[in-house]
Structures are given as C-alpha cells and as structure tokens.
Design a protein around this ligand. Structure first.
Ligand code: DQA
Length: 145
C-alpha cells in the first residue's frame, strides 16, 4: 500500500508570503506545498496538502488521516497553543504518527507561544527552520510509516 501523509495547516497560514515576512519568510503556502510534493515524490509517498482557518475542520481532517492510517505533518498555527480539541483528536484516533511543525522558533518568541497543546500528543516537533521543517517532518514520518 502506498504510504500517505496529510500535511495540515491551520489559521492564517494562507497569508504566508505577505504575513510578517521578517518572521515567516517570503515563501507562500503554495511554494511550501511544491517543496513538500517534490520531497514526497522522491520518497514514494502520497500527500494531501490542506489549510483551514477553522479548528473543527482541522479536527475532522485529523480523524480522516487516522482512518486512512496516514501520517500527519501539522502546522496548527495559533491553535497549537490553545487547542485541547486538536490534542484530543490526535489522541482519539491514535496511535497517529504526527509531527508538529512551526516555521518560526516559537520558543524564541512571545511567552504565549512557548506552550504547545500538540507536542504531548505528537511523535516529535520541529520549529525554527522555515519551510525546511515540513520536509524534515516528511522524512521523519517516512521512516516510521
Ligand atoms: C506558527 C507559529 C504560531 O505561534 C503562529 O500563531 C502561527 C505560525 C509558525 O509556523 O511559526 O500562526 O505556527
């Protein structure tokens, strides 16, 4: 069976490219998707790349990924710091191999970004490496699926 990874992006990540470029860089979400597709192609992995500004939609997609026995790369955006619902969804469909990704180094920013609700339910977390973090997460999951 072909290995599959859902790459899920939370709120405001549709604004990448124009959003605080000093923090998030100049890549758009479309250019990050292209990098992910190229990396996944080389590994023989099928990817689903999605973005939503709505917490419940992200919950539904985590359920879908769990049912599909896929891996997940999740950039939860700000929901990563607040969402017990996303934490519970990951645990609920578990074991779900999920890697949390943030473009910026959340630990070098405001105190309210230091806490992650996702990390305790994830196999690992990558932050601070920009779009490369997504590719590293794909590599990490490819080795586990
Ligand atoms: C982010 C970091 C979050 O703190 C922030 O709310 C985002 C983007 C990142 O990719 O660096 O929306 O997840």
């Amino acid at each position: 069976m072909t290995k599959q990874i859902y790459i899920l992006n939370g709120p405001n990540l549709n604004l990448l490219g124009q959003r605080e470029p000093g923090i998030y860089g100049s890549d758009t979400l479309a250019s990050i998707e292209e990098k992910c597709r190229n990396r996944a192609l080389g590994l023989g992995i099928k990817i689903e790349f999605r973005q939503s500004n709505h917490e419940g939609v992200l919950v539904d997609w985590i359920h879908e990924a769990g049912a599909a026995k896929a891996g997940v790369v999740l950039n939860p955006g700000a929901y990563g710091h607040t969402s017990i619902a996303l934490h519970d969804a990951i645990k609920g469909v578990g074991p779900l191999p999920l890697v949390e990704v943030h473009l910026s180094n959340i630990h070098a920013r405001e105190a309210f970004r230091h806490k992650s609700m996702i990390a305790p339910a994830a196999v690992g977390m990558i932050c601070g490496f920009g779009p490369l973090g997504y590719e590293l997460a794909i590599e990490a999951l490819a080795a586990r699926l």
